[in-house]
Design a protein around this ligand. Structure first.
Ligand code: ATP
Length: 614
């Protein structure tokens, strides 16, 4: 496939505003893409070269991209820079200059997706002294042969500013459209769906059937993606082998599984009412890590599925010596633990272990302990469908003696009073609260379900849980804050329904001066003049930013709001955070892992329940 064709599709996507239109353009693109190229098309459409867990960052600074545009278009660096200052998007600068150049020379080789991929991969893998020159050369070579619209995207990918707004949900929706026909020939699936139909009128019933089949296909795709976090592989299977082909994809050490997540309930009484006799565990405040062991090879993934293996040498060593199984996938929370005083260090100490340099020294000073809470796979067997109590037994049986790997502390009870006592004990020893677990539930990857329910410390007059919001814009500082360039953040929560980020709070407190400076530094790199396509907000900040950074915020309560768009519907007002304060940046979460609109609705209801019962 030629990159020109893909660029034309990208251009179409960029020019539509509704998600529905975007999905149908993607569906068309996927129909035209051959199996051997679909994975790259998927990665490109999200501005990547590989699934996030492979941690391949192309990362080229603006300065070097400007140089490459100059080389590839024949204009001077100064001209490129001036134009950039004027129009603010290097992709558009490249496009404009190449338009002019193309009138003069019409001879160029057609760029294939393979060639673009090859050069961008080389750019990503080149490092060390003199590497910038080589990177610039590789990009210029592409631009030299590019058409203007191709140049727009060739430049935006290494800058990490593709601006298409294509998220995982849209890609899966597009495949669901394309595979619905195949699903209709699957008698079992159709019979299952027919049972749920409500319409009586024949025509409407047919439409309902079509819609429900599409929803079912989408679920089948997502279920697979949840246990095999590589949309490229999923897409390739769908194109070459159809929906049925997915049955052959199984969990495998080395490929991350999307984490199961906890629901919230306001009290231990409600937790017991919901779960009955359940496991109750300490809620540790550290990093959630997923450990994959395959013989001697050990890989560790973060909450957002980055490969963080290199950061935790002491845990790697411990997995090799303490874990008795040859192959295993298990999860735990890692935190710095003071052996002498038998106390947990605060999160501020643990977070320092997230670093690229000085790893060995820090591992010696503040070694982590991994408190394990689930086992998903052991020696060729997928344990995810088993009831939690069985998984926990097996987990216990594979952890051998040693200091660095332990089982989470837990009790089993059906008495709310015992839950409260246990909760208080944990708070006293410096932990965050508790997580109750349904003893009979399977491991539900990628979903927030009642198989886990968290209960955290509640401060008087405050929400009992923090909200993870996504930064969608910022305001210039006023008065004393003018000097920092940033005075407040506009933040949003994630709407899973359609992949949009909807506004919920303007946060202007909780940040220290250093935070303001740091936020300004990272946000101005990704600021935009126009509202990003996946953002829904009526409040207009001084600068928009595309959803990337997650900020944990605490607030007094959730209120109804006429100005915020989170949760807004026909005749329904949105939600806002009342007196929001920033707690910290949550580097361990992707924007899609932030709090969702649905969670806000539930938290709003929970908060009413608490008030009524007081
Ligand atoms: P939070 O900000 O409350 O940690 P979250 O959105 O990161 O929430 P949730 O699924 O809502 O994740 O809450 C569960 C989180 O608690 C897990 O992601 C994990 O990092 C952490 N955790 C700490 N102790 C445990 C435990 N014993 N069992 C499961 N998760 C635990």
């Amino acid at each position: 496939m030629h990159f020109r064709k893909l660029s034309e599709y990208f251009d179409k996507i960029e020019n539509v505003s509704s998600r529905l239109e975007m999905t149908s353009i993607l569906a068309e693109l996927f129909k035209e893409t051959p199996g051997e190229e679909i994975a790259r098309v998927i990665y490109f459409s999200q501005g990547q070269l590989a699934p996030p867990y492979k941690s391949i960052e192309i990362g080229m600074g603006e300065k070097f991209v400007e140089d490459a545009i100059a080389k590839g278009s024949g204009y001077t660096k100064k001209e490129v820079h001036e134009k950039f200052k004027q129009i603010g998007d290097l992709g558009n600068v490249a496009e404009e200059f190449l338009k002019k150049k193309k009138q003069e020379s019409l001879f160029s080789t057609e760029l294939t997706i393979g060639k673009i991929f090859e050069n961008l991969l080389k750019i990503a893998k080149t490092s060390g002294s003199g590497s910038q020159g080589l990177k610039t050369k590789l990009l210029a070579e592409l631009l030299n042969n590019a058409s203007p619209v191709e140049a727009r995207y060739i430049v935006r990918i290494p800058l990490g500013k593709l601006r298409l707004g294509v998220g995982d949900p849209t890609i899966m929706d597009a495949f669901a459209i394309n595979l619905s026909e195949e699903a209709k020939s699957n008698k079992k699936l159709v019979a299952e769906v027919e049972k749920q139909l409500k319409e009586k009128n024949e025509e409407k019933r047919k439409q309902e059937l079509d819609r429900k089949i599409r929803v079912r296909v989408r679920e089948i795709i997502e279920d697979k993606y949840n246990i095999h976090s590589d949309l490229g592989v999923i897409a390739e299977t769908l194109i070459t082998k159809g929906l049925k082909g997915l049955e052959k994809i199984h969990i495998k050490p080395g490929i991350p599984i999307r984490p199961t997540l906890a629901e919230r309930l306001p009290s231990s009484k409600e937790i017991i009412k919901k779960l009955g006799k359940c496991g109750v565990e300490a809620k540790y405040d550290g990093f959630r890590l997923a450990v994959h062991k395959n013989e001697k090879e050990v890989t560790i993934f973060s909450r957002r599925q980055e490969n963080v293996t290199e950061m935790f040498p002491e845990l790697i060593e411990a997995v090799r010596t303490q874990i008795k199984a040859k192959g295993a996938i298990f999860e735990g929370e890692a935190l710095a633990f003071n052996e002498e005083t038998k106390e947990y260090y605060p999160f501020q100490i643990t977070i320092q272990r997230k670093r690229k340099y000085g790893i060995k020294e820090m591992a010696e000073e503040f070694p982590l302990t991994l408190f394990c809470f689930d086992l998903l796979y052991v020696d060729g067997e997928n344990l995810m469908p088993l009831p939690f109590k069985e998984r926990r037994e097996k987990l216990k049986s594979i952890i051998g003696r040693g200091k660095r790997i332990a089982l989470t502390d837990s009790i089993v009870t059906d008495d709310p009073k015992k839950v409260d006592e246990y909760f208080n004990e944990n708070i006293e020893s410096g932990l965050e609260g508790i997580i109750a677990k349904d003893l009979n539930a399977p491991y539900i990857a990628g979903a927030r379900k009642f198989s886990w329910i968290k209960l955290k410390r509640s401060y008087k007059g405050e929400l009992s849980d923090t909200v993870d919001t996504v930064i969608i814009g910022f305001f210039k500082g006023k008065g004393h804050r003018t000097q920092f360039g940033l005075g407040a953040l506009l933040t949003a929560v994630y709407d899973e329904k359609d992949g949009m980020f909807r506004s919920i709070a303007k946060i202007g407190t909780g940040m220290k001066e250093d935070d303001l400076k740091e936020l300004h530094k990272i946000l101005s790199k990704i600021s935009e003049d126009n509202k990003p396509k996946n953002v829904d907000s009526e409040i207009k900040p001084d600068f928009w930013v595309s959803p990337k950074y997650v900020v944990e915020a605490i607030a007094d309560e959730i209120t109804k709001s006429p100005i915020h768009t989170a949760g807004r519907g026909k005749g329904k007002e949105g939600f806002a955070l009342r007196f929001p304060r920033m707690v910290k940046l949550r580097q361990d979460k992707t924007p899609e892992q932030a709090t969702t609109v649905l969670e806000i609705e539930k938290m709003f209801k929970n908060q009413k329940n608490v008030k009524l019962s007081e």
